[in-house]
Design a protein around this ligand. Structure first.
Ligand code: SAM
Length: 675
């Protein structure tokens, strides 16, 4: 995270960047845009192939080795816009070890004013820090996944579980002599493994070593006329199932492209639960073209924990680079982008005001972070601020030094849920309220969802997003989910407290005033017995922020709300395909005899069934990304997270853990079966 190094550049007379790390140019001096067009867009025959793209929700997948200034990406986006073809989706995955800073990207892209309508949109969301995968949903039919880090590491992390999924490769590293990693046999072997039959790869380089590497991996090689004064360029292809290279197949001429618009296949999903997890999942699925039925037992959406007046966007901080902290870090950045984009379309009342995090007594991790935040996070995500800086940032005197999270903020979660649903075209959303789902039955090609009065829906995919009540459905009954009650308090703002302009989190959090009131929270009561609010919890909330902010009023509580959140036994969200318990026990059973046994298999899942629950008190942060993860899995796309993080979120983790600890992962089912 902290170790990512931005590109070090010099600027040439013609305005183009030069890498002082690799001692090479980014673009040809004879017309960068034209060269990219020739070598990558035209040579791979993207216009023709996109026109002929089969009638399916599956996006066309381009992978770029070396994102640089994003010129190739912008040209693909431009072509997508020009074709304007319904049902065509592009998934562009790019790897970049040394990202340009945003300022440098701005300067480089200024070379092509003709691309500015698109480059300005890229610049608006571009993240130039924090290693790992960043997903940008730029339009309904365009995803850019930008992996910041080494390409070969990233390829394995992202595509490891998706062999044979890439349609086209742009090999655009610096020259093979200066940047051998991006052309070497190990990387080329991966390219072959991740290529779909019929995939192509192109490059400006025809170096003998590159050709030999591609050939020995299995690619067929052709030399095409190069651009400008370069005589040749390279096109490689993985033969299709008929053993033919892509080029030899008949495709329509580009001039007929607009006329052919195949009707896209309709995929149907049912999402159970219309809180943040369910509404965000419905939104992500609908953006991928799915028709969604959203069911909730309450009379309206967002009645549970998502009905609080203010929720905080903040990462769960840790002095660690483990799965959990990596997940929350990326979830924060993703949610921040998503809310900012949604706010441009609808009044979301999203306040990207930043969050100030104070250390807490006894929380060693926070103390460690305060000493060295740069050890674990980019300073653009988390930085230490002095007492004086902290007070200035939040607008009120703060009691000590603290950590500053500029991407944090707050919003009204019910409004966000509504905004998700409003953004879905009417034709793609059926909202069913006041109906409790009692069972799920496999139909062979999907699932039948039933309630007490019969069938509520039938669909290819079902996503269980009804918080701890997922325990009531047979397929997710063994998940270790617990309800946890939490009370938030409302505090009447005074002229003094009204100056608070950022969220402050100490023992408890306080949000800037809205409609003359602050929200404070939240109390924590596992195993809740009653859900009425208490004055004791109000006082607890007040005390929990008072220690951090000296000038807060000590009284003035004017309301409270108790809701129930859902927590997993390991306090981490559960998001992914629902495992087939019996099959997993059969395959992974040896783990109960030897916890370190190597079993080369993926947990078997119930086809088309997913779960998205256990977001605890960080749901505003985690839901947008887990929703996108599940929608990607349902749609057969590469996920927005590396494989290891996908695994760490998967509900199958509990089965494997139980087996390793010699516990019966099926105990709950057996208990239920025993009369
Ligand atoms: N395709 C880019 C564009 O359209 O603007 C230009 C790419 S530039 C010629 C090569 C890029 O490869 C540089 O940005 C460089 O930092 C990146 N790169 C070099 N080695 C890499 C590696 N091992 N993994 C990922 N990216 C790498």
């Amino acid at each position: 995270m902290h170790d990512l190094k931005n590109a070090r550049l010099a600027w040439l007379e013609d305005g183009s960047p030069f890498s002082t790390q690799f001692k090479d140019i980014y673009f040809s001096s004879q017309g960068a845009l034209q060269e990219s067009q020739h070598v990558f867009i035209a040579a791979n025959r993207l216009a023709q192939r996109w026109a002929a793209q089969a009638d399916s929700a599956r996006p066309f997948s381009v992978v770029e080795l070396g994102f640089g200034a994003g010129l190739n990406f912008l040209l693909c986006w431009q072509l997508l816009e020009q074709l304007n073809r319904q049902g065509l989706r592009l998934h562009y995955l790019a790897f970049e070890k040394h990202p340009l800073t945003r300022a440098d990207l701005n300067r480089a892209l200024a070379n092509w004013p003709e691309l500015s309508p698109l480059s300005s949109q890229l610049l608006a969301v571009y993240v130039d820090h924090t290693s790992g995968l960043h997903r940008y949903q730029l339009t309904d039919n365009l995803i850019l996944d930008l992996y910041l880090g080494d390409a070969i590491t990233g390829l394995n992390e992202i595509l490891g579980s998706a062999p044979g999924s890439v349609d086209c490769w742009f090999m655009d590293g610096f020259s093979p002599t200066r940047n051998p990693d991006l052309w070497d046999p190990p990387l080329v072997a991966r390219m072959w493994q991740y290529s779909r039959p019929g995939a192509t790869a192109s490059s400006y380089s025809v170096a003998g070593q590159v050709r030999r590497n591609l050939q020995s991996a299995g690619f067929l090689i052709e030399k095409l006329p190069g651009f400008g004064n370069k005589r040749e360029m390279l096109l490689a292809s993985r033969p299709d199932s008929a053993g033919l290279p892509m080029d030899s197949r008949a495709e329509p001429p580009a001039s007929t492209l607009r006329a052919r618009s195949p009707r896209p296949t309709i995929n149907r999903a049912t999402v159970i639960g219309a809180g943040l997890a369910g509404c965000s999942t419905a939104y992500s699925l609908a953006r991928k073209g799915w028709q969604v039925t959203l069911i909730d037992e309450a009379a309206q959406i967002a009645t549970g924990a998502s009905g609080n007046p203010q929720a905080v966007l903040q990462p769960r901080l840790a002095a660690s680079r483990d799965f959990q902290s990596r997940f929350y870090l990326h979830a924060l950045l993703y949610a921040h982008r998503q809310f900012t984009t949604l706010q441009q379309q609808q009044e979301l009342n999203w306040h990207p005001c930043g969050v100030l995090r104070l250390p807490q007594q006894g929380r060693k991790g926070l103390e460690k972070l305060l000493k060295q935040p740069g050890e674990y996070y980019s300073e653009r995500v988390l930085s230490r601020v002095s007492q004086q800086q902290a007070s200035k940032l939040v607008g009120l005197p703060v009691n000590g030094e603290a950590l500053w999270i500029p991407h944090g903020g707050w919003l009204e979660p019910g409004r966000l849920c509504q905004a998700y649903l409003t953004a879905i075209p009417e034709t793609h959303l059926t909202l069913v309220t006041g109906k409790r789902v009692t069972g799920l039955e496999s139909t062979g090609s999907g699932w039948r969802v039933t309630g007490s009065q019969g069938v509520l829906s039938e669909s290819n995919v079902v996503v269980i997003a009804n918080s701890y009540q997922a325990r009531n459905l047979a397929q997710t009954a063994t998940l270790p989910l617990d309800p946890v009650a939490g009370q938030i308090s409302r505090l009447t703002a005074t002229p003094q407290s009204g100056r608070l302009k950022s969220v402050v989190v100490a023992e408890k959090y306080i949000c800037p005033a809205t409609d003359g009131m602050h929200s404070l929270g939240a109390s924590y009561a596992p195993q809740p017995v009653n859900l009425t609010s208490s004055a004791v919890a109000d006082q607890e909330n007040l005390r929990g922020v008072n220690a951090a902010l000296a000038q807060l009023p000590l009284s003035g509580i004017c309301g409270a709300r108790v809701s129930v959140r859902c927590s997993a036994s390991d306090y981490f969200p559960i998001a992914g395909a629902v495992p087939d318990l019996d099959e997993c026990i059969r395959v992974f059973g040896p783990l109960s005899r030897d916890a370190s046994a190597r079993i080369d298999a993926e947990p078997t899942c119930l086809p088309g069934l997913f779960v998205n629950v256990a977001h605890g008190s960080y749901g505003l942060t985690s839901c947008p990304l887990t929703a996108e993860l599940i929608a990607s899995q349902a749609n057969g796309e590469s996920p927005p997270l590396p494989a290891a993080l996908v695994e760490s979120l998967s509900p199958a983790r509990f089965i494997l853990r139980d087996l390793k600890r010699q516990r019966d992962p099926d105990r709950l089912n057996r208990d239920q079966r025993t009369p």
